[in-house]
Design a protein around this ligand. Structure first.
Ligand SMILES: *Cc1c(COP(=O)(O)O)cnc(C)c1O
Length: 366
């Protein structure tokens, strides 16, 4: 174990065993006589690693055969533009030009604003007026059948709002930004057209972007999409049209092995519920801490909370650090605190945090 528990929202804490293993084989990977980051992405050893990484991901998420898995770059933000550019390209002017958006927080709003450069935007739901504290229920989502797709963010990393269900049998493809909750629970991939995620929250280090795309959505890219970011070209080239982020893929493969060893997503789901329940329970049973999100939309991954007396914020952060609980400062747009408790945060970290929070309240707000 390390001495600190790191609650950073992203890049986020990595599993200890993964870092340890990477450290052990950093100088000589698989007796290649070189580090994994120093060998060709087209060499036998790395190609085998990438294949295994993909098959482990397919197994963990139960990805059907008619979906392609792409290892790209550019992060989640780049996908805000790349999704419309890849899905609407050939249709602009002669087909669907509108996209339905669910605005449940700061990330989905950003996606919508960028999407507006390429598509007509139809905001089906906005939680803005209430301060982003809820998600719509499935029966409140009336998609426009003429829209190209529906876009949503499955976990709002900043606002701490999460969809706890997959939208079922949507008449248009569902595109989901799962940057901050992918692999945290079981999902039904069949209900999605595209799933994308920057790696640095729940998959591995920054620099890798995962895209899972249903095959019938390929072949629709605008001619202005750079080849390296074109879903169809990358699918045809096993994500090796250009040099992929090899070291990040290697670390992702170690993370997936660890998830499989721990019992897969069913076990992660149970553990993540347990961890978030402890933290919400501490918040709800205190006078000092508060989380504004509606109970059934509360995130199991990224949990913002404010202090009733904000003049205690700085002291809270200082004392937390002294207790080896680091990076708890909230996002600048929301203030207060945020505890990100992704897969890699052990339950011991949440126990230490909640014990500290109770003790801090008793000493300073009793
Ligand atoms: C972090 C995050 C992003 C942005 O990711 P970058 O890799 O910085 O581009 C987008 N969406 C969500 C939900 C995120 O958590």
């Amino acid at each position: 174990m390390r001495e600190t528990f790191n609650f950073c929202a992203g890049p986020a804490t990595m599993p200890y065993n993964v870092l340890k293993r990477a450290q052990e084989e950093l100088l000589d990977w698989h007796k290649e006589g070189a580090s994994v980051m120093e060998v060709s992405h087209r060499g036998k050893a790395f190609v085998a690693l990438a294949k295994e990484c993909e098959s482990d991901l397919r197994e963990l998420l139960d990805i059907p055969a008619n979906y392609k898995v792409l290892f790209l770059q550019g992060g989640g933000l780049a996908q805000f533009g790349l999704v419309p550019l890849n899905l609407l390209g050939t249709q602009i002017g002669d087909g669907k030009t509108t996209v339905d958006y669910l605005e449940t927080g700061i990330w989905s709003k950003k996606a919508m604003l960028e999407g507006a450069r390429y598509a007509g935007v139809n905001t089906l739901y906005s939680g803005k007026a209430d301060g982003y504290v809820d998600v719509p229920h499935q029966n409140e989502i009336n998609v426009n059948p003429d829209s190209a797709y529906l876009h949503l963010c499955s976990n709002e990393t900043i606002n701490g709002v999460e969809f706890h269900y997959d939208i079922k049998n949507c008449p248009i493809p569902v595109v989901a930004d799962m940057s901050s909750n992918i692999l945290s629970k079981r999902i039904d991939v069949n209900q999605y057209g595209v799933i994308y995620a920057g790696a640095q929250k729940n998959i591995g280090p920054a620099g890798l972007t995962l895209v899972i795309v249903r095959e019938d959505l390929l072949g629709k890219a605008s001619p202005y999409v750079p080849d390296a970011l074109n879903y169809t070209l990358q699918a045809e080239n096993d994500s090796m049209l250009n040099t992929p982020p090899t070291f990040a893929i290697y670390l992702m493969s170690l993370v997936l092995k660890e998830l499989k060893e721990k019992g897969g997503l069913e076990e992660m789901e149970k553990l993540n519920h347990k961890k978030s329940f402890m933290l919400y329970d501490t918040i709800d049973n205190s006078r000092l801490y508060r989380n504004p999100v509606h109970v059934d939309a509360r995130s199991n991954m990224t949990i913002p909370f404010t202090l009733a007396d904000p003049t205690l914020d700085a002291l809270f952060l200082k004392e937390a650090e002294q207790h080896h609980l680091i990076n708890l400062k909230g996002h600048r747009s929301v203030g207060g605190m945020r505890a990100s408790i992704y897969n890699a945060m052990p339950i011991e970290g949440v126990i230490a945090l909640t014990n500290f929070m109770k003790d801090f309240e008793a000493r300073h707000y009793g």
